[in-house]
Design a protein around this ligand. Structure first.
Ligand code: ARG
Ligand code: ZN
Length: 465
């Protein structure tokens, strides 16, 4: 969610393709039908992700030095071939690749734009499990010029890095199948100068170890995670670790500049996690928490298990939003970016539920205030059911998305509505889903024909009647 509204000029950047470093070019032409596609098939982001394989695990071994801004990494990817593969792609932006191997044997590779093409020594059979190891390094560069997305990816800060990658900035710090349609488990081993802290998703697998003036932090996210939700935010941090009242491990961390926010971040994150566990169903991950860094991103991101707040002290509302994403977006993930309202509309609706829960503005009043915007207001021209790649995080995706849920709730009643939310979360837990699947489930559970309602709220460029 955006913290402060800053004017942004939407610029559609055409992807330039140019060969980059001195990598080995693939030698023999690939047999037909065995080339993994350079994109996973999202029509709005044609080169995001890749075809032909499914990643099951990322092992990221990273070293970072703030003084030189140098990142050195070895990424080990375990995957399964979904077709015969004589070559396949990974997404990687900038950085130099020094070696690629597949199943322990050196592979050739080439780079063009943000595509890293890997040619294994032996063709991979359809269904084969394989391991790709990529050694790389350099100065990571965040993405800064893509539509209204602001700055995202691996963002160097004076004392470390702020790492928030939605929608496609994972490729700025590790080679990836960088699209939410391919989720995987993650292990992180992050080495930083002694005195700094590296924060990643999931839980520490042991206490940090220090040698030669550098400390290594090992984190594990064992539940499937979309690449944009991975983080390795690092720098000077004060931590508070414990458990929520409901027994979920809780890790809060703040940059020294936000020292005064640590208690509130920790406490509210715990309360919200426990409350959503009652409303949406059991918390899907093994820990909760949050991180406040002093980089003014102007937004927060729901990085799995540990939302990142970029340069502001989060209030209850935004904590409620980011933690609602753990169910809506992180456990149940979108398959294509156009369905982003399934993340943002739901998390925004959760803000309204939280405010009502705390005895402030009711969901109904939030809805009414927006509904009162004149029909001529530009707000109504953006149909939230089709998020646009050049304006992905438009306010309508958030607020009109939330209004869609409120209109649905009024139509089908509270009991059916909340049972539907829980069933949605349970049915697609740790997986991916689409708007069509939500509409179908809503119709099944309510026993009503809801096309007109969803069409008016999600797909028409005007204020619903
Ligand atoms: N998903 C985030 C939220 O609503 C917003 C991320 C914005 N990302 C960006 N690159 N501007 O909480
Ligand atoms: Zn959000």
């Amino acid at each position: 969610i955006r913290h402060a509204v800053a004017p942004v000029v939407a610029i559609l950047t055409l992807l330039g393709c140019s060969p980059t470093d001195g990598a080995v070019a693939p030698t023999s032409p690939a047999p037909a039908g065995s080339v993994g596609a350079p994109g996973i098939g999202d029509r709005d982001f044609p080169l995001d992700g890749n075809g032909g394989y499914d990643v099951t695990h990322y092992g990221l071994a990273l070293g970072y030095t703030p003084a030189t801004k140098r990142l050195d990494g070895v990424t080990t990817i375990r995957a399964r071939a979904l077709q015969r593969l004589s070559r396949f792609n990974l997404d990687l932006s900038g950085l130099q690749v020094s070696e690629v191997s597949v199943d322990g044997t050196r592979a050739t590779y080439s780079r063009q734009g943000d595509e890293l093409t890997v040619v294994p020594a032996a063709v991979l059979a359809s269904g084969a499990r394989f391991t790709v190891r990529v050694a790389y390094g350099g100065e990571p560069r965040p993405i800064t010029d893509s539509g209204n997305l602001g700055t995202y990816g691996f963002i160097p800060t004076p004392d470390g890095a702020f790492v928030t990658a939605e929608p496609n900035g994972a490729k700025t710090w590790f080679p990836a199948n960088d699209h939410p349609a391919d989720k995987a488990a993650f292990d992180f081993e992050i080495t930083v100068p002694r005195g700094l802290t590296a924060l990643a998703n999931g839980e520490l697998t042991g206490e940090p170890t220090t040698a030669d003036g550098r400390t290594t932090f090992r984190w594990r996210e064992s539940h499937p995670m979309a690449t944009y939700l991975a983080t390795a935010t690092l720098g000077k941090f004060t931590l508070r670790r414990g458990e929520t009242a409901g027994g979920v491990p809780n890790v809060a961390a703040v940059d020294p500049a936000y020292h005064g926010s640590l208690t509130k971040l920790y406490t509210v994150s715990g309360e919200v996690t426990d409350h959503w566990s009652k409303v949406f169903g059991r918390y899907p991950f093994s820990s909760t928490g949050g991180v406040v860094d002093d980089f003014s991103a102007g937004y927060a991101l729901e990085t799995q298990t540990k939302p990142m707040y970029g340069g502001f002290a989060p209030d209850e509302s935004i904590i409620a939003h980011e933690l609602a994403h753990q169910w809506f977006g992180n456990s149940v993930s979108i398959r294509r970016w156009q369905d982003l309202w399934l993340n943002e509309g739901f998390a925004t609706y959760a803000e309204w539920l939280w405010s009502e829960h705390r005895g402030r503005t009711t969901a109904d009043a939030h809805f009414a205030a927006l509904r009162a915007r004149p029909a001529s207001d530009a707000f109504w021209t953006y149909p939230p059911g089709r998020a646009r790649p050049d304006d992905l995080f438009n306010d309508a995706v958030y607020k009109r998305g939330a209004m869609t849920l409120h209109a649905l709730r009024e139509e089908i009643g509270d009991q059916t509505f909340f049972a539907l939310l829980r069933e949605w979360v349970e049915r697609h837990k740790y997986g991916n889903a689409t708007t069509e699947q939500f509409v179908t489930l809503a119709e099944q559970r309510s026993g009503r024909q809801l096309d007109a309602l969803f069409d008016a709220w999600l797909f028409q460029p005007e204020r619903p009647a």
